[in-house]
Design a protein around this ligand. Structure first.
Ligand code: NAD
Length: 369
């Protein structure tokens, strides 16, 4: 018998606990119906942690995260904590846990369920059936490069500056994550840079080419300048399989790709670190925030968090059939016409978080009957 996988759940603030409760029910279902159990621990992060411990991320929670096989996070933040000083704000907890876990690769899938294709601002035929994965470098590049700052030039002028810097190993480690994902999908990887004007991304492109030739000859590698990539993403997004890019370009392109799908409540993400002692640190979380405007009203869409859990099953626990089962349940529920308010469409049935949660369990029962 192999030991159960250790899963740390950090519900956080606002709708975080509500959407996480849906995942907790699915975990319970797996234990009862599929004999798959996890050692689940729960911890505090964000405003909830500040209220209990005076800090948005305590050492204890960080230790729990480091000891877990994977972490599932809800969302942090809310007006209650808006006036705290910068270092105590809930969002600092999130930045700190990502940094301490060394999560350098951020995976953002953009999948358009056929039943929701009409919710996109783009034409249905452009996005229906879309399934792309954007891999963003998360701990380097211009958001962290030194020197940085704002200096007074003494003549009434000020100068603001940041540095875009990447090393070979930073490029290759995120490249490997992207190539390996492509190997599990359609074996196509598009690397996005600005090699026509920036030396740091000339290096990016050169290293991607070398890495592909040396270790992943089975993956078709292409390159786009970021301006063209943005254009292609809205012109014909289905041309892509996996995309890999720098921190800032990924920040922008992944939000652009997110909008192809039409709703924040549907978008999962994963962030991965470097393998150590046979384990890859991993944090899974929905892309949306804590939605204080609907918190506590049983209105939140739990599907982004549920899909984040499905990514966890797939990438951290290698439970492909179980991940497929969760994804299929989500697809069927949407095809059946149930919608939370955020993705409501004419002629569909508007339901609460708890009704949707019951329906998901019912669908899992049906699928595994
Ligand atoms: P938000 O994502 O919380 O909400 C934006 C809008 O989308 C709101 O109208 C909200 O009701 C709706 N929405 C978001 N998720 C939804 C869901 N699952 N179901 C239904 N509707 C949903 O962004 P915001 O309003 O800019 O930020 C609110 C708080 O969340 C802030 O404190 C912000 O700092 C924080 N935040 C946290 C994260 C995170 O934890 N990763 C990310 C973004 C924002």
């Amino acid at each position: 018998m192999t030991a159960n996988k250790k899963l740390l759940m950090l519900p956080g603030d606002g709708i975080g606990p509500e959407v996480m409760a849906v995942v907790a029910r699915v975990i319970e279902w797996f234990g009862k119906r599929r004999q798959i159990s996890f050692d689940v621990e729960e911890g505090l992060i964000g405003g909830a942690s500040y209220d209990a411990h005076g800090t948005p991320l305590s050492d204890g929670t960080l230790e729990q995260a480091m000891a877990a096989d994977a972490v599932l996070l809800g969302a942090v933040g809310g007006p209650k904590w808006d006036d705290l000083e910068f270092s105590l704000k809930p969002e600092r907890g999130l930045l700190k846990i990502r940094k301490e876990m060394g999560l350098f690769a951020n995976l953002r899938p953009a999948v358009v369920f056929p039943a929701l294709a009409e919710a996109s601002t783009l034409k249905t035929e452009i996005v229906s059936g879309l399934d792309i994965m954007i891999v963003r470098e998360l701990t380097g590049g211009i958001y962290f490069g030194e020197p940085r700052g704002i200096e007074d030039l003494g003549n009434g002028e000020r100068r603001g500056f940041n540095t875009l810097v990447y090393t070979t190993s930073e490029i290759r480690r995120v490249g490997r994550v992207a190539f390996e994902l492509a190997q599990k999908r359609d074996r196509r990887l598009c690397s996005v840079d600005k090699a026509n004007v920036m030396e740091s991304t000339v290096l990016w492109r050169e290293e991607m080419i070398k890495l592909g030739a040396e270790e992943y000859p089975d993956v078709e590698l292409s390159h786009l300048y970021v301006d063209n990539a943005a254009m292609q993403l809205v012109r014909d997004p289905k041309q892509f399989d996996v995309m890999v890019t720098t921190n800032m370009f990924g920040d922008i392109l992944s939000d652009c790709a997110a909008m192809l799908t039409g709703s924040l409540g549907m978008l999962p993400s994963a962030s991965l670190g470097a393998e150590k002692d046979g384990r890859i640190p991993a944090l899974y979380e929905p892309v949306h925030g804590s939605a204080p405007d609907i918190a506590g009203k049983d209105m939140a869409n739990p599907l982004a968090t549920l899909s984040s859990f499905s990514m966890m099953l797939r990438y951290s626990f290698d439970l492909q059939a179980e991940a497929d089962l969760v994804d299929q349940a989500v697809t069927n529920i949407l095809a059946g016409g149930m919608r939370t308010a955020d993705i409501m469409q004419p002629g569909k049935a508007k339901v609460s978080t708890s009704v949707l949660s019951d329906a998901i369990i019912g669908e899992l029962d049906k699928l595994s009957a």
